[in-house]
Design a binder for this molecule. Structure first.
Ligand code: GDP
Ligand code: MG
Length: 215
């Protein structure tokens, strides 16, 4: 997965990360975008997003990775966070059963604010802390099946499965785009309009309206 220069992208994908506070969301993003980890808890301040450019199956892709800004404590993440998102990573902490129980609340939020055809994945983070485990893998697999989401356990600390999560998300979004599933007009969905406009970047990295595009 080679990194790209600043301007050569075909696609812009917006991916957001949600879940209870302290489950490791910021560190999962940090591991993927910068291959680092922060031991001390630093609540994210302000709305934060990271940009990661990469080559996926010979296609230059620019990822906009949105992180919550501490407001997830009260689960009142605003509509604008979800708006235009193509992918959602839903995180719980395997050492905190409450963060797993709260998944239902997060799923309600996704239902309320998320677009149709969103790519979703469930991750159980901190799986390097086996001795503190409160959520059995089997329990989570059952849940994932119930809610129809793929599932992986990760460790942002050790890097386990983190890249796999993002590669899955990118692959799914790309396939949906190529099949035109994210561009279909759906009644009552403001989000699809946003997606449609936000999808393409020109070779200089500027967002292009799909309608102007001869592709
Ligand atoms: P957020 O509130 O969901 O964004 O969580 P953070 O990413 O800020 O992480 C909260 C705390 O958990 C920090 O002290 C991190 O160092 C720690 N943490 C995050 N991911 C892992 C992990 O995979 N393993 C371990 N052992 N600690 C983690
Ligand atoms: Mg955070």
């Amino acid at each position: 997965m080679a990194s790209l220069g600043a301007k050569d992208y075909n696609f812009l994908f917006k991916v957001i990360i949600i879940g209870d506070t302290h489950v490791g969301k910021s560190n999962v993003l940090l591991r993927f975008s910068e291959d680092t980890f922060q031991d001390s808890f630093q609540p994210t301040i302000g709305v934060d997003f990271k940009i990661k450019s990469l080559n996926f199956e010979n296609t230059p892709i620019k990822l906009q990775l949105w992180d919550t800004a501490g407001q997830e404590r009260f689960r009142n993440i605003t509509n604008s966070y979800y708006k235009g998102a193509h992918g959602i990573i839903l995180v719980y902490d395997i050492t905190n059963h409450l963060s797993f129980q709260n998944l239902d609340i997060w799923l309600e939020e996704v239902e309320k604010h998320g677009a149709t055809n969103l790519t979703k994945i469930l991750i159980g983070n901190k799986n390097d802390l086996e001795e503190l485990r409160q959520v059995e893998k089997k329990e989570a697999e059952k849940k994932a099946e119930e809610i129809g989401m793929p599932f992986l356990e990760t460790s942002a600390k050790e890097g386990t499965n983190v890249e796999k999560v993002f590669l899955y998300v990118i692959k799914e979004i790309k396939e949906k785009m190529e099949k035109g599933l994210l561009e279909k007009k759906e009644k009552g969905s403001k989000i699809t309009g946003e997606l449609k406009q936000g999808l393409r970047l020109d070779t200089k990295g500027n967002i292009k309206n799909k309608d102007d595009c001869k592709c």
